[in-house]
Design a protein around this ligand. Structure first.
Ligand code: NCD
Length: 317
């Protein structure tokens, strides 16, 4: 495997291999010496056309912990604001000898375009393309679910996960539905009909409009940000009404299984899709998701850039 563009690129065996490798990486991160020499001399570029806090920092930390050189490029303050195209930017990065390009872009399909082009010879990792996919987020979510609900081993069979809110604009939801079904978990999408994408009935997931009926059934609830910046129209009457029907609050939390966990990819709209009490509660693993993101991204970079693979693409080091 050279690129990671979609959660659908990953077989069952490859997914488990990444999660297991991430576990090893987490062990390194917890130790006194956080750095491995694995990617010494390699150059990794963070090419971010959209704003990001967690994902960019996380990829940077992951690359640095593997001893790679990291170039951070953000569209703001670059020649992109002078109208430079993705092609010319990529050619410039190629001239600098990029071994991997981590791309976040507002256009769905941007990472595929770059991977198929001759503009870069390196690996392309999709760090979010429009409303399409965000595979490393799905991997870190799977890692977090496995750690809390499966003692960190095997797949996610037997678990039910609700993904709640703005599914329509969410690349996180799309990648999670694919990856969770690869790992055998049951997925329930909960949203108002206006925030579900066309064709959602063909996804490997159940659909519900009723959060209260769903919560007692699941082992984890993944709340999604209401993505106001991608909304040109009104998708719900008022913020208050949205929270009333689809927000996670303390009362709803009491209806969930005691062992269940609360997730959110961030950034959160506290008070809209999730109350501050829920976000900060003992059942919330939201901050831990960020830490897990570094381990998972170390595993992905290692797999793409340093590891060798057998025929099934399973990592053999
Ligand atoms: C998400 C994204 O950018 O797709 N955030 C993230 O990567 N942690 C979700 C969002 O923006 O709501």
């Amino acid at each position: 495997m050279r690129h990671l563009l979609s959660a659908a690129d990953l077989s069952y065996a490859q997914t488990l291999s990444i999660l297991d490798t991430a576990q090893e990486m987490a062990r390194v991160s917890e130790g006194p010496v956080k750095k491995l020499p694995t990617l010494r001399g390699r150059t990794i570029v963070n090419l971010f056309y959209e704003d990001s806090t967690r994902t960019r920092i996380s990829f940077e930390a992951a690359a640095k912990r593997l001893s790679a050189d990291v170039i951070n490029f953000s569209a703001k303050g670059s020649s992109v604001s002078k109208g430079e195209s993705l092609k010319d930017t990529a050619l410039t990065l190629q001239a600098m000898g990029a071994d991997a390009v981590i791309l976040r872009h507002s256009a769905s399909g941007a990472a595929h375009r770059l991977a198929e082009s001759q503009w870069t010879s390196g690996s392309v990792i999709n760090a979010g393309d429009g409303t399409h996919e965000h595979p490393t987020q799905a991997l870190l979510d799977a890692f977090t679910l496995r750690k809390h609900l499966k003692a960190g081993v095997g797949d996610l069979r037997g678990l039910a996960v609700a993904i709640v809110g703005d599914i329509l604009h969410s690349r996180v939801a799309r990648s999670n539905v694919i990856l969770l079904s690869t790992l055998g978990a049951q997925v329930i999408l909960v949203a108002p009909p206006t925030l579900l994408p066309l064709g959602v009935e063909t996804w490997p997931a159940q659909i519900s409009y009723d959060l209260d009926a769903t919560l007692p059934l699941v082992d984890a609830v993944m709340m999604l940000r209401v993505q106001q910046e991608r909304m040109e129209d009104f998708f719900f009457p008022t913020a208050r009404e949205y929270s009333h029907y689809y927000g996670l609050n303390n009362h709803r939390l009491t209806t969930m299984k005691n062992s269940s966990i609360i997730m959110h990819p961030g950034p959160m709209n506290r008070g809209l899709e999730i109350t501050a009490e829920c976000a900060d509660s003992a059942r919330s693993v939201i901050v831990e998701q960020v830490a897990n993101g570094v381990s998972v991204r170390m595993a992905v970079l290692y797999l793409l850039l340093a590891g060798s693979q057998d025929e099934d693409g399973v990592l053999i080091s």
